[in-house]
Design a protein around this ligand. Structure first.
Ligand SMILES: [Zn+2]
Length: 371
């Protein structure tokens, strides 16, 4: 259970208040009074009620809590690994090599750190895109950590170590939801998290059916350069699984047809601009189709603490999406996923990106053909 809130009134003074009213009014040097769990008053020169806690908000922003629609919280246990990696490098490290070794207590530790980190950053609602749940014990550990932190969370249950149609068929997963849903009010919600490969046989159908049986929204990485594409969207649409509560993560390399399908079915797009730029997932085409609902997300804690020079990180970040997005956005055939990174590596002379990079061998002198 979340801790009992302090019931003293709280007065924030002298802040820049984003009211989020219909006119998007911003008040500078303003006060905001909270009584119980409600905003009682906003304005200038408010007086503090008896016993109120007064917080000097000058130089700060006072606003409603932010909502993060896609964060792999378990990975925060390895925070800062991968700030300037390509997506392929991320997959190898986090999915194949080290994610598979995570124990339930490791997932719990990652979630705890990530949850507190979110709150400290002003994010009061976080979707935990939890694709490290290899067993139900991992899931219990994840949810245990979310309950221990006084924020609002949604556990998006996933398991990257098994196919969606495999892990969703496990009766223990269904029991997990029976056991855990409904006891935390609006402080804890649930989704199902899995990706759609585009296989024409649409094996993910079984996972969508579990979501429908349980009344759970689905969140899915869609339009990720070299990983998921328009075929997944089309299959979801043809089988009737694109719902208003479906969340499409990244949606960075889809064609207009897919964006229209998302818009027509009322779904939302979750945009993680930093990871899309730095890992080369492509540019989301947010101006391409009407009535879409972009949401913001952190994705992973890969770049929070980075020991490599920031300038180089920024340099890569600028180059990768430029190298990749147009080809993916046109829906053309992709070459090897590492090809753009290798091209960039050659330009930068960075051997991590291109084994053949480095000082050029002097060319042999040009021989004139004698004849
Ligand atoms: Zn993700």
């Amino acid at each position: 259970m979340p801790p009992t809130p302090d019931r003293r009134p709280v007065l924030f003074t002298g802040g820049t208040v984003l009211t989020m009213d219909d006119q998007h009014t911003v008040l500078s040097d303003a006060d905001l009074l909270v009584v119980d769990d409600r905003i009682a008053e906003v304005g200038r020169g408010l007086s503090a009620p008896d016993g109120a806690e007064v917080i000097d908000a000058s130089g700060g922003i006072v606003m409603p809590g932010m909502i993060d629609t896609h964060r792999h919280m378990w990975q925060t246990a390895m925070r800062a690994y991968g700030a300037d990696w390509t997506l392929t490098q991320y997959f190898v490290w986090y999915y194949l090599e080290h994610g598979a070794k995570f124990r339930p207590e490791d997932v719990r530790a990652g979630n705890l750190l990530s949850a507190w980190d979110a709150l400290e950053a002003g994010v009061t609602t976080t979707v935990d895109w939890s694709h490290g749940l290899q067993t139900v014990d991992h899931a219990e550990a994840a949810v245990d950590a979310l309950r221990a932190v006084p924020g609002r969370f949604v556990l998006a249950y996933g398991n990257i170590q098994a196919a969606p149609w495999e892990w969703t068929a496990d009766p223990a997963v269904r029991s997990f939801f029976d056991r855990n849903r409904g006891s935390d009010g609006d402080m804890l919600g649930f989704q199902l998290a899995f990706d759609v490969t585009g296989d024409p046989a649409f094996p993910e159908k079984a996972a969508f059916e579990l979501a429908r049986d349980l009344g759970l929204p689905v969140t899915t990485h869609a339009g990720v350069w070299g990983a998921t594409n328009d075929d997944g969207i089309r299959l979801m649409h043809e089988h009737g699984f694109m719902q208003p509560d479906t969340v499409y993560v990244h949606a960075a390399t889809l064609t207009t047809d897919s964006y229209h399908r998302i818009a027509a079915t009322g779904g939302s797009i979750s945009v993680s601009t930093e990871s899309e730029q730095s890992a080369g997932q492509g540019y989301p085409d947010l101006a391409g189709a009407p009535s879409r609902h972009p949401r913001l997300a952190v994705d992973g804690h890969l770049g929070v603490v980075e020991q490599r020079p920031v300038q180089r990180h920024a340099h890569h970040a600028r180059r990768r999406p430029l190298a990749r997005a147009p080809r993916g956005a046109r829906g053309g055939r992709h070459r090897h996923p590492l090809a753009p990174a290798r091209r960039a590596g050659r330009r930068l002379g960075d051997p991590r990106w291109c084994p053949r990079a480095g000082p050029r061998r002097p060319r042999p002198p040009h021989r004139r053909r004698e004849g």
